[in-house]
Design a protein around this ligand. Structure first.
Ligand code: AMP
Ligand code: FE
Ligand code: FE
Ligand code: ZN
Length: 286
């Protein structure tokens, strides 16, 4: 099989499978390659790559950064990064620091709402590399303050809800700059979350992002409609950007998507990885 999955989370962020476990699962499912793209961290990469070497399976380095935009949600994926590069590591370390400060503020907000939850309790949530809202949600459910994870987000943790705390984010151009400086390829993740229903508005944004260092668009994604995929594909072609796709798998217990499925499947094949590598090579030569 030639199918790949370029958007996958592990326990290093908010996935439920350890990197090694995930790599074994990907091989068992018959995939050709995966990219590990944890939120704001590269801590899962070494283990994933090592397991890939052990069992003969290609693991592509990646990361997914939430960046600062005035409206909607924008995530930037970085692929084929040298995750040992010090500038990149320093930027990601800053994000971890900011995250811990934010977690403390969420504990305070929940306390003020009459929900006593200690950071140490949140840290005891199942295996994870960095704590975030999903782990708060898990503990809120466990302690009987919410019925489900979704309920915890809907009532407390979602954007604009009473326990929500804004998080520092890099500007898109800064994020794309340091991904590229680490030898990486930059991709606009799941463009539908930008919330630009007008195609010309999205087009203008993509032109501007390309000027700031964008290499590609995540065309294939479980929540994209056929129409959206068609639009994103044509924008990629028109502006000379590569296409990527993936499931945004967070683990079998979390959502209904499975690794390697649900995103235009058969089209998301190894050719996309080759295009990505070719783009990287041509830039390194310049
Ligand atoms: P954080 O990085 O701490 O802000 O947490 C972000 C993660 O929380 C996302 O990757 C999702 O997995 C999850 N998440 C964010 N918003 C929601 C929501 N409204 N419902 C369920 N999960 C969410
Ligand atoms: Fe997530
Ligand atoms: Fe994302
Ligand atoms: Zn993701």
């Amino acid at each position: 099989m030639n199918v790949i999955d370029l958007h996958v989370h592990t326990t290093a962020s908010d996935g439920t499978m350890r990197p090694a476990e995930l790599v074994r699962y990907a091989k068992k499912k018959g995939l050709r390659a995966i990219a590990i793209t944890d939120h704001d961290t590269i801590e899962g990469l070494d283990e994933g790559i090592q397991e890939g070497q052990n069992i003969g399976f290609e693991v592509i380095t990646g990361v997914e950064l939430s960046v600062d935009v005035p409206a909607g949600t924008m995530h930037v994926l970085g692929y084929l990064i040298d995750h040992t590069q010090s500038e990149l590591r320093e930027k990601l370390r800053l994000l971890q620091e900011v995250r811990m400060e934010r977690n403390m503020k969420m504990v305070e907000k929940l306390g003020a709402l009459g929900i006593p939850l200690q950071l140490s309790e949140v840290k005891a949530a199942p295996e994870h590399g960095q704590i975030g809202r999903p782990h708060f949600a898990y503990m809120l459910v466990k302690k009987g303050h919410a019925r489900t994870i979704q309920d915890a987000f809907d009532r407390y943790l979602g954007k604009g809800k009473p326990a929500y705390v804004e998080k520092f984010r890099f500007a898109p151009d800064e994020a794309m700059h340091f991904i590229r400086a680490a030898g990486g390829i930059t991709v606009l993740a799941h463009p539908f979350t930008l919330n630009r229903p007008q195609p010309n508005e999205l087009e203008a944004l993509i032109i501007s992002l390309k000027g700031k260092g964008l290499d590609g668009i995540e065309v294939f994604y479980p929540e994209h409609s056929e129409g959206q995929m068609k639009l994103y594909r044509s924008l990629a072609q028109q502006y000379g950007l590569i296409m990527t796709g993936g499931s945004d798998f967070h683990g079998l217990t979390k959502d209904d998507v499975d690794l390697g499925e649900g995103y235009g499947g058969k089209e998301v094949t190894y050719g996309l990885v080759e295009a990505m590598k070719a783009r990287r090579e041509s830039r390194l030569k310049v």
